[in-house]
Design a protein around this ligand. Structure first.
Ligand SMILES: [Zn+2]
Length: 183
């Protein structure tokens, strides 16, 4: 499918996300209330208060194939431990005390906030398709690299500042490769 056709279908993905978040709103709670000791050394208090976590048996992934989006079979079928939509993320039951996973999903919250929903969804989809899969998607590479710094006990730093700089580096080339210069 063409990248233009992909982009035309993204509003349906956004509508699905809004529906899923509304359906789970009653179970969402602020990350700040989860009692994690280390997240505050890497994320602002306002981000931890505004980001919400929802614990579920299986994290919901958009029905991309049903929406006519091709090339996401791997993404749609994986039973991920976590997935982020806007400022909320779903965590699979059993991972609710996994601070490292929460750190990873918060990287995605920052990505969503900085890019805005439409640009995030487009960049994430392009990153997946152009890099050849989930784990090589630049937006995931960023999250996994920062998560491994967290896991190694890196001294306190502001993750949001790092993420914003990285997004400015990796996102424009994705759009240029897909849509040509001047996008
Ligand atoms: Zn991720």
């Amino acid at each position: 499918m063409s990248f233009q056709a992909l982009q035309q279908r993204l509003p349906m993905v956004r509508a699905w996300i809004d529906h899923v978040l509304a359906a789970h709103a009653g179970k969402a709670r602020p990350v700040a209330d989860c009692g994690f000791a280390r997240l505050g050394s890497y994320y602002s208090g306002s981000l931890l208060a505004s980001a919400h976590v929802i614990v579920v048996e299986h994290v919901p992934t958009p029905p991309l194939m049903a929406l006519g989006l091709e090339g996401f079979t791997e993404f749609e079928r994986m039973d991920a431990a976590g997935i982020t939509y806007l400022s909320s993320f779903f965590v699979r039951a059993g991972y609710e005390d996994d601070e490292s996973l929460h750190f990873h999903e918060l990287v995605h919250v920052v990505q969503w906030q900085h890019l805005g929903p439409e640009r995030f969804i487009t960049a994430y989809a392009l990153g997946h398709l152009l890099s050849g899969g989930y784990r090589t998607n630049p937006l995931e590479v960023m999250a996994y690299d920062l998560q491994s710094k967290f896991d190694r006990g890196a001294p306190a730093f502001d993750v949001a500042t790092t993420v914003v700089a990285e997004l400015e580096r990796v996102v424009p080339p994705l759009f240029q490769r897909a849509f040509g210069p001047g996008v």
